[in-house]
Ligand binder design. Structure first.
Ligand code: FE
Length: 440
């Protein structure tokens, strides 16, 4: 009799695909806001102790204390995150994912003192990669991009932006954007496409960059937009690349064709790309090593996101970094990315966080906000990823450290223990075998 009564009281648990239980810290980044985080908000990670996530059909269906969630949900697949940190997968909002060849020879030249622009002037840098990428077929580029995405995923990145820009002809820019589309379809990592036809002035137009800008504005952008091959239009606004006026033309054309805008701005000199980004209503301005105070204020006013790339600044070897503290104090939302490319060969957002903390004095909490939810805003994916909230994609990483303050502090090794992408366990360090060879 007693037993029957007990049974009738028991609530039937809802069945889900996966429970991630008992995390030492569950970093939700939930704050109820639909805007990118600024100022003090960047410190707030929404941390839950002994947290739990319930996942069904690739989405998060519940977030809460393990003891509470387990009363309501059951699952065959349960991952224990005891002693570990659970957080949203990293979002990398700035990569040049698709290219052929490599430039390790130029790395040595840079170590010996040659500047980036000097190398570009002599046909190296981007132009060397353009030559190699034009020669490469689609399959080779897909193969390379796929392997790179594998490395990114192993290091906890579950969504990336990818730019074209190593083709610089109508045919080759479309080829790269098609490769990006294929990668998005084939790989677990989500890939958001950006058209960057104005990455460099191609050698054929060396003496007539205006004519090249005409080609981009009148031919490339309309075709890219018509084929739906890009969501964003970007431009390298820099001395030796594209002037303010040329950049403005490209951005206005992109906007007219329905593309959202990004700007490589004020990376190597104070040209005014930051102000331009605010003026044209760009979603983000990126690099920003030489941004003026007026430019930073204009970004804050227009809500332009600063995508900062400290490993790229490190690779320039000038010792200069974007003034992230000033941007945060002016209420500019800050995001972080790798700038993965042949002269900044880094796939790992954990390293970016470490550099952001060490060289730009972001706190670990600010850097985590910048590499997740603010990065998602910078590529138009904040409704889907970047925080652990009911309804969002179950893009989750489990770090083999007890709390978030290890990010930035412990670096040079991969802290990722497991990666769950759209509800599927895609990386599991415990499952990989490490054989220790020795004499005992
Ligand atoms: Fe870049």
């Amino acid at each position: 009799m007693v037993r029957t009564r007990k049974r009738s009281k028991r609530v039937k648990k809802e069945s889900v695909d996966l429970l991630i239980v008992n995390s030492n810290e569950l970093i939700t980044l939930k704050d109820g806001s639909e805007r990118p985080r600024t100022g003090q908000q960047m410190q707030s990670l929404g941390i839950m102790r002994k947290g739990c996530l319930a996942v069904k059909d690739g989405r998060i269906v519940a977030v809460g204390k393990t003891s509470e969630i387990r009363k309501e949900f059951r699952a065959e697949n349960i991952i224990s995150a005891s002693g570990k940190t659970v957080m949203p997968g990293f979002v990398d909002p700035h990569t040049h994912l698709v290219f052929a060849g490599s430039r390790e020879d130029e790395f040595q030249m840079r170590v010996e003192g040659a500047s980036y622009m000097k190398i570009l002037d002599t046909g190296g840098g981007i132009l060397k990669t353009v030559k190699q990428t034009r020669r490469a077929g689609v399959d080779r580029l897909v193969d390379f991009g796929f392997k790179t995405l594998d490395v990114m995923l192993e290091h906890g990145t579950t969504t990336v932006e990818a730019k074209s820009g190593y083709g610089l002809t109508v045919k080759d820019e479309l080829k790269i954007l098609r490769v990006i589309k294929r990668l998005n379809q084939m790989h677990a990592v989500d890939v958001v496409p950006t058209f960057l036809g104005t990455h460099a002035v191609p050698p054929e137009y060396r003496n007539n960059p205006r004519e090249y800008v005409d080609l981009v504005v009148k031919d490339m952008i309309p075709r890219v937009a018509a084929k739906g091959l890009a969501e964003f239009c970007d431009v390298f606004c820099e001395r030796g690349a594209f002037s303010l006026e040329q950049s403005r033309r490209v951005l206005v054309a992109g906007k007219n064709y329905g593309l959202k805008l990004k700007v490589h701005a004020d990376e190597m000199s104070m040209l005014g790309g930051t102000e331009l980004a605010a003026g044209v209503g760009a979603v983000s301005a990126e690099h920003l090593l030489f941004s003026s105070d007026a430019g930073i204020k204009a970004m804050a006013k227009k809500g332009v996101i600063a995508v900062l790339l400290p490993v790229a600044a490190f690779c320039l070897m000038t010792g200069r970094y974007a003034d992230a503290r000033k941007m945060i104090s002016f209420s500019v939302p800050v995001a972080l990315g790798t700038d993965f490319n042949p002269s900044c060969w880094v796939e790992n957002q954990q390293l970016v966080i470490a550099f952001a903390c060490h060289f730009m004095k972001l706190t670990p909490a600010e850097a985590i906000t910048a590499a997740t939810i603010n990065a998602a805003h910078a590529i138009g994916r904040a409704g889907e990823v970047g925080s652990l909230e009911v309804g969002k994609k179950a893009d989750v990483i489990i770090l083999d450290v007890p709390n978030h303050k290890f990010l930035g502090h412990r670096f040079g090794v991969n802290l990722v223990d497991k990666v769950v992408k759209s509800g599927r366990l895609v990386v599991d360090k415990e499952a990989s075998t490490i054989k220790t060879v020795g004499f005992f």
